[in-house]
Design a protein around this ligand. Structure first.
Ligand SMILES: [Zn+2]
Length: 226
């Protein structure tokens, strides 16, 4: 284990020396010590604003670690659209730690990620929600509910749709199944929530499959939906 770790650090150092990169936030040359392509100065300045609001409809509550703006927005976009999957580990750790105070008292039993349609998952190479969910589960000692929720249809792009249009376009997109859901409080993880429509559509299916409560949990929420 130690040898593998040392080998990885050596490989990272060699790569950093061969392909010097810039911090993706301040664009200064990256020092050797960094977090997922972000220099430590920028990393420590990330504006975390953990919060909770009571849910509506099928959601018991929604919790978030940050607002979707500024540097956080830049990193989430990098993770999703610029193949910066190496950000998922450090971001996930940070989000899991920041969520600790808002998670207190909610007592989730298991963590489920909002699924991507298999084609989009294949194109992107990973599901950012699943990477975040894994970090949160590990940090808080919770089991991951893999394959309990799946996306049946790709659906339309959500960007620019109203909340009502989103809810309508997501009807029938998700399906939940599994005895492990029965009577459980599920922490449903996604990267960003805008109108809450995706979280609601998933929560409805999880409840239908027997879950007792569903708590929406995101890295960032768009602030106007506070
Ligand atoms: Zn920086």
């Amino acid at each position: 284990m130690k040898a593998a770790f040392a080998a990885r650090r050596l490989l990272e150092a060699l790569l950093a020396a061969t392909f010097p990169a810039d911090c993706c936030l301040c664009t200064r040359a990256l020092p050797w010590r960094q977090e997922g392509g972000v220099c430590l100065a920028c990393w420590r300045k990330l504006p975390w604003t953990p919060g909770l609001r009571p849910g509506r409809g099928p959601l018991h509550a929604v919790i978030w670690a940050a607002d979707y703006e500024g540097a956080v927005k830049r990193l989430v976009r990098g993770l999703k659209f610029e193949d910066m999957d190496y950000l998922a580990g450090p971001l996930g750790r940070e989000v899991a730690a920041r969520l600790a105070p808002v998670l207190r008292g909610l007592d989730p039993d298991l963590v489920v990620a909002v699924p991507l349609h298999w084609w989009r998952r294949y194109r992107r190479g990973f599901n950012q929600a699943a990477l975040l969910a894994a970090s949160i589960a590990r940090h808080h000692g919770l089991p991951i509910g893999a394959r309990l929720l799946r996306r049946r249809r790709a659906g339309r792009r959500q960007l620019g749709l109203s909340r009502r249009e989103r809810l309508r376009s997501l009807a029938g997109c998700y399906a939940a199944r599994g005895a492990r859901l029965k009577g459980r409080t599920v922490l449903l993880v996604d990267d960003v929530t805008t109108t809450g429509a995706t979280l609601e559509a998933c929560a409805r299916e999880l409840l239908r499959a027997g879950a007792a409560r569903v708590i929406g949990c995101v890295l960032a929420r768009t602030p106007r939906n506070a």
